[in-house]
Design a protein around this ligand. Structure first.
Ligand code: SF4
Ligand code: SF4
Length: 172
């Protein structure tokens, strides 16, 4: 089966329930490029929309993590969710565009989602393009972030967030 055929077979139509944008397990990783787009769209600064990916590593006398996630409200919902609707829909990140799907190499993974199980996936062509674009962007981000990590000399007691653009001291 081609990727598009697999997507069709999943029978996905988003019901607009908003579950994937809500709750404490909702963790949307975003790249620096995606942060730029969202800041521009929302008229906000990076520190107002993201926080460091919350799995901190303690090593070499320093504390560090890789990447950023969108900020959430006290209810755990994404800060851009209002009345079950995305307020930055046209500018939403790759993860949001492709949920409940992701590619692991060439393998299509499907997460539990109320929108799956129908007869067809009307947006399968667009989803295929979005999934391929996401994989390419994530692979690039991974390699560039790894480079930044490898060339950085850890300073004792420092707290750092690595991404494709550099090693950022933790300040928010
Ligand atoms: S992608 Fe799934 S969980 Fe998210 S809003 Fe659509 S139906 Fe609900
Ligand atoms: S950016 Fe939009 S689509 Fe993505 S989690 Fe937030 S509200 Fe949902």
């Amino acid at each position: 089966m081609t990727l598009e055929e697999e997507l069709r077979a999943a029978g996905f139509t988003c019901t607009g329930c908003g579950e994937c944008c809500s709750g404490k397990d909702n963790e949307v990783m975003v790249s620096p490029d995606e942060i730029d787009v969202l800041c521009e769209a929302a008229g906000l600064k990076p520190e107002e929309i993201v926080e460091p990916y919350p799995e901190w590593i303690h090593d070499f006398g320093a504390t560090y993590t890789f990447g950023w996630v969108l900020r959430r409200g006290e209810d755990g919902n994404c800060m851009f969710l209002r009345n079950k609707r995305c307020t930055v829909y046209e500018h939403r990140p790759h993860i949001c565009r492709t949920y409940p799907f992701m590619l692991d190499g060439d393998k299509l993974l499907i997460f539990e989602c109320p929108g799956c199980g129908g007869a067809d996936t009307p947006d399968s062509e667009q989803l295929e393009k979005d999934l391929l674009a996401r994989r390419e962007a994530e692979d690039k981000e991974f390699l560039l972030t790894k480079e930044q990590y490898q060339k950085h000399s850890m300073v004792l007691g420092s707290t750092i967030i690595f991404d494709s653009r550099g090693a950022h001291p933790h300040k928010y």
